[in-house]
Ligand binder design. Sequence first.
Ligand code: C2E
Ligand code: CA
Ligand code: CA
Length: 568
Amino acid sequence: MQASNPVISSEKKTLLIVEDSKMNREILKELLSDDFNILLAHNGLVGLDLMEEHKKSISIVLLDIFMPECTGFDFLERKQTMRGCQTIPVIVMTASNTVEDEIRCLELGASDFISKPYNTEVMKNRIRSIINLRETSSMLNRIEKDRLTGLYSKEVFLHKVSNILQTTQDSYDLICSDIVNFRRMSERYGENKSDLFLRNLAQSLMKGIPDILLGGRISTDIFCFLLRHQDGDWAEATLKNVLGKDHPASFIIKYGLVPNVDHALPPKTLTNHATCAIKNIKGRFDATVGIYDEEFHKEQQRIAYIEEGMLEGLKNREFKVYYQPKHSATEDVIVAAEALVRWQHPKLGFIGPNIFIPLFERNGFITQLDLYVWEEVCREIRHCIEVGFSIVPISVNLSRLDFDIPNLAEKIIALVDKYEIDHSFFHVEVTESMCTDNVEQIAETCKKLHDAGFLIELDDFGSGFTALSYLSQLNVDILKLDVSLMQNAKETRNYSLVRYAILLAESMKMKTVAEGVEVEEQAAALRVLGCDYIQGYYYSKPLPQEEFEPYLLEYESSKGEDYFNRIF
Ligand code: C2E
Ligand code: CA
Ligand code: CA
């Protein structure tokens, strides 16, 4: 059949005729070949193949409906999924079709009908006007609308949103949709199916979002919509079900909602806010819609301030090291202290490590900060030595990321040696939760430090699961009982977990320190159970250097000169 198709000449528009009746094909060819290049297909399947092959040159398709194997309906349906073919107009040739058939054709994207027997002039005019219409609208659409989804292109969408926000005072919401696993799924299902999914999603959202004004395609799988403001918690339930039951559940869609958008903000910022709200719920299976409200906005601003200011902050010495005393459980003496960092932030004020450390652990800045803290502690010890205070050993916290610093142990040793301080003045606090991966590397660094005279404390013991083998692998000298064990014991008055931890430490020749001790009752119980050292508000909060030094002095003068020689 294809052999009988002519070589396509460029002046004439090309027309594909899909018709199973040989006689009808011949008649149409006869009538139209003066004005058009004609491609002939004797059934729907051949028609689809020809359309795929010549999609760039075919201007229109004339389609019969009732054909064996692949009917005109099948043809229209398949055509919607074929990249580059979706916009080729189709005129359906009718003879005995019912109204229902015609409606179905229109729903499947047909542009018009011509009825048999054919009136040549009417037919030619209709074909020409549809081709013209397509060419002009495709020129406009190429700029205005995304071909696949029918949504506005990104620039047009943003422009229209900007117009609406600048010219009206009404309240609007903005929603972005994002298929979080799109790349993986499109590799798996192929381009055509993924395109079909995107198209369905765009259409379902245009239909399903209430009071919608316009929709745009922001990137491959991110769509954005502007709607009139809706009150209440409508979004989660509505958007979860917007696709109905028969969409492939393997595409995971998340939404970001910016309610009551600020008219003064550029639309690009608003879409960024929406995608930011999506990011916030990406890992959460239970959440479909992330909301960018006032609270979230403040949180984002805080994160931005923190990240923007961290380098300057380090340079300007805004990070302050506090020292929390550790006391002997049996004698009223301070035996050591833990260095805990805080940030005197120029905009946010005084902030604790629980706010900024998780962020720095995500963006990697923690490694710089921790080396800074090491140096600050070195300075403080050196200062105490110079002015003649009896300083106690200070423990410094290490993050999991610090162990990726090449030659970490050597770097720490070199730093401490630069300040000419005995290594026994330093403890290293490593936390049990960091041992989930890369234990060998952590163990190697701990061993080097341990062998060089630093004591290793295993922090937060009892807060999670510690493989007991880590205790010897990491050369742990001191087991630090997690604050939750103390709080639990305080509430339940049950110290059995604490007792087992102390027994374990004793059997492995390790010392124990309990942190988070707040009241006398806890301290008394720990003494009875044989815990060696106590840290917590019961004795003191973490103190800034100006208060920590007098604290040391007070103990020194009340206890006589040589007591520091007995510690640790
Ligand atoms: P952590 O190492 O477990 O530190 C103990 C935390 O418990 C400290 O909180 C301390 O202020 C608090 N605490 C002390 N005594 C009590 C008490 O009696 N009751 C209660 N409820 N809490 C008490 P902080 O200073 O906010 O530090 C939080 C966490 O931040 C630390 O937990 C540590 O994981 C991290 N961190 C602090 N400074 C540094 C640092 O320089 N480097 C690294 N990598 N992490 C640090
Ligand atoms: Ca610690
Ligand atoms: Ca701890």
